[in-house]
Write a protein that binds this ligand. Structure first.
Ligand SMILES: Cc1ncc(COP(=O)(O)O)c(C=O)c1O
Length: 467
């Protein structure tokens, strides 16, 4: 989010503001100033009258005006700058999620690349057959006449989730995918100017979401075991409201947090008040254990598990379990919108999770993804390229120059994602990189070898280690 406060604004006289105020309550004063801002009667950068001055003109106490200023500050309309005064803010809403859209930004002139490894999506051939699940459950089902007042989560699905959850969740619900969960949690927890910690590189749509919320995003680096505790400890000194982590098969690197690391991070987090939000986007197709900081801090952690990679992105289901203090208001807010995630789709997911055939399909998918990812990593290593270790469906590869790497790959018919949208703040320690979705590689080893050769050529002389 771009927030600018030009230094050239004028001072708005107290009488001009007072003339607009019809209701002298804090709410009425805040509403009047907000109307003035929206109507362009005051401009970004203009200085508002002092609390004392406006209170005098309105015949109210300074505390009343102060409360109005606080309400306007909370929605990002104004900005207090100490002794300099209180100023109208210019909040330029981003019109498009730039990083999200940037992932597909490979400069290819081809209509479609012969091999598209840019998507971050699972291989359709490795997903369980939905029609079989639908047939199984519709043949046994009576009419689905669920009520608006039914439980949002099917009781049998809830039970299944609770049993498979990495910690005892105070609340459990399902939403329309992990990104829906992240978005609702950001709305719930993050206000303008709040500090938030996340891994860098990290998930571009989350960076977009946090930018939109006006958050100050503090990046933390990861190593082969997850977020580095010393970096987290340092970032926590700025009193963030939340820490967003990917516990396994991290996108873009594939790194998974070890059990040891989760306990070290929990120890560091115990000294702070930050919420811990975990995004397990790969779920069951990751080889790694389902570890969570919620095992140590259950009332401060919310864990999200997506079924998009394991069971299909179009199911649009993710489970969200953890702290009631975050999940209760999120569910209450959702009642005034979609209300719940389609119970028909929940029933399909439950069927897929509990029947032997789809369970076996997901197991086979995990094996196939691991093989494809491992082969590519090994072959890159043989060619002097230190790709990130890990599992899941993505690999992060340092390159000498991002743009020329994308062009070299595109010329060979391969599309990959540029690394820059994944990086929270580019600095001298963050080199150029690309993200390759290994999950979409063919199984043929010779073909993977060809791809490794092309990537090695595209990477140039960059052979750096995972940062
Ligand atoms: C880290 C991460 N979080 C969330 C998502 C979105 O998942 P969903 O399809 O469940 O919304 C993705 C998708 O690739 C992801 O990589």
């Amino acid at each position: 989010m771009t927030v600018t406060v030009p230094a050239t604004g004028i001072s708005v006289p107290a009488e001009s503001v007072a003339a607009f105020v019809e209701d002298r309550s804090p709410r009425g004063i805040a509403a009047a100033v907000h109307r003035m801002i929206r109507a362009g009667q005051v401009q970004p950068g203009d200085r508002l009258p002092t609390v004392r001055d406006l209170a005098q003109h309105l015949g109210v106490s300074p505390a009343t005006v102060s409360e109005a200023w606080q309400a306007l500050g909370a929605v990002g309309a104004i900005h207090a700058r100490g002794r300099a005064g209180t100023f109208v803010r210019d909040v330029a809403e981003p019109t498009r999620p730039t990083r999200y859209l940037g992932i597909g930004g490979a400069p290819s002139t081809e209509e479609s690349a012969a091999l598209d490894l840019s998507t971050g999506t699972p291989d359709p051939a490795l997903l369980p057959a939905l029609h079989e699940a639908v047939e199984r459950f519709t043949s046994g089902a009576t009419a689905w006449t669920s009520s608006y007042l039914d439980e949002p989560v099917l009781p049998a699905l809830r039970e299944h989730l609770e049993q498979s959850w990495p910690f005892r969740a105070q609340r459990m619900t399902v939403v329309d995918g992990a990104l829906d969960g992240l978005s609702r949690i950001v709305d719930q927890l993050v206000g303008l100017g709040d500090r938030v910690i996340m891994e860098s590189p990290g998930f571009p749509p989350l960076i977009d979401l946090l930018d939109r919320a006006g958050a100050d995003v503090i990046p933390v680096a990861i190593d082969e075991q997850g977020v580095i505790p010393a970096y987290l400890a340092r970032a926590l000194r700025s009193a963030p409201v939340a820490v967003f982590l990917q516990p396994r098969a991290h996108n873009p690197t594939g790194t998974s947090m070890t059990r040891l690391r989760s306990s070290q991070l929990a120890e560091v987090l115990a000294g702070s008040r930050a919420w811990v939000i975990e995004d397990d986007h790969c779920g069951d197709i990751s080889l790694a254990e389902d570890v969570s900081i919620g095992q140590f801090l259950p009332d401060r952690c919310v864990h999200i598990r997506s079924y998009s990679k394991s069971h299909g992105p179009d199911l649009r289901i993710a489970a969200v379990g953890g702290a009631a203090e975050v999940i209760d208001p999120m569910m209450a807010r959702r009642m005034l919108g979609p209300g719940w995630t389609s119970r028909l789709l929940q029933a399909v997911l439950l069927d897929l999770l509990t029947h032997a055939d789809p369970q076996e399909t997901v197991r086979q998918a995990r094996i196939a993804y691991t093989r494809r990812g491992t082969l590519l990593r090994e072959k890159l290593k043989d060619r002097g390229i230190a790709a990130s270790p890990g599992d899941g469906i993505n690999v992060w590869i340092p390159v000498e120059d991002e743009r020329s790497a994308l062009i070299t790959l595109a010329a060979a018919g391969i599309r990959v994602a540029p690394g820059s949208p994944f990086v929270v703040t580019a600095d001298s320690t963050t080199g150029d990189a690309i993200r390759v979705t290994t999950g979409r590689l063919p199984d043929d080893e010779d073909r993977i070898e060809d791809v490794a050769n092309i990537i090695a050529r595209a990477a140039g002389s960059a052979g750096g280690a995972l940062r």
